[in-house]
Ligand binder design. Structure first.
Ligand code: GDP
Length: 195
């Protein structure tokens, strides 16, 4: 599904630019700098595939990647940049809403949460959006190598408490480190099993 067979397909800025919905897809969402590009690169085994999205004001594109015989991997722009101009934020939110509620083949969203920081207000907003669009979402903790086990457990408890308020949340979390490779095989298997 992933080994050397993942490719960039296209960047999308409007609903009419989405590729034909001829297969299932999963998407990745998270605050800027959460480690989303690193995770997609680790999952696919291709270092430069997803580029770091942490430039304020950078074009807000939904990036599509193909996998061999598997779902599209869809990289949503990082959110939570206070510096982004309001019209840009609003345009992005309209596209995000339209995408999440209108894409029939979207099977799951992975919401990335930094293992050091836990769920923030902007993450809550995305989760609420996923609830109202009835898109099942699963939390992926990132950068697990950066926290001690004890602190990570605190964050895990905070995340679980936050998830209990979200009907679309999938109960099982995945703890990952793109740096060390932790949880990457698990996440690949989850994606491969999506139907
Ligand atoms: P994005 O903005 O969400 O795409 O985040 P990036 O993937 O560009 O990562 C942001 C920063 O966090 C970069 O400096 C990465 O090297 C670092 N980073 C990402 N994942 C990990 C990880 O698993 N462990 C560690 N230690 N650093 C990471």
């Amino acid at each position: 599904l992933f080994a050397g067979e993942t490719d960039f397909l296209k960047g999308v800025v409007a609903m009419d630019g989405l590729p034909p919905a001829d297969r299932l897809e999963v998407c990745f969402a998270g605050r800027s700098n959460v480690g989303k590009s690193s995770l997609i690169n680790a999952l696919t085994g291709r270092k430069g595939l997803a580029r770091a999205s942490n430039t304020p004001g950078r074009t807000q594109e939904i990036n599509y990647f193909t996998t061999l015989g598997g779902p599209f991997l869809v990289d949503l722009p990082g959110y939570g940049y206070a510096e982004a101009p309001l019209p840009v934020v609003e345009k992005w939110q309209r596209l995000l809403k339209a995408y999440l509620s209108g894409r029939q083949t979207l099977r799951r969203a992975f919401v990335l949460i930094d293992a050091r920081h836990g769920v923030k207000a902007v993450d809550e907003e995305i989760m609420a959006l996923l609830d109202s669009a009835a898109v099942t979402f699963q939390v992926v903790l990132t950068k697990a190598d950066k926290v001690k086990a004890k602190d990570r457990d605190k964050v895990l408890n905070q995340v679980r408490a936050a998830l209990s308020n979200h009907p679309a949340a999938y109960p099982e979390l995945v703890v990952t480190s793109s740096e060390k490779g932790d949880g990457i095989a698990t996440l690949r298997a989850i994606i491969a099993g999506i139907e």
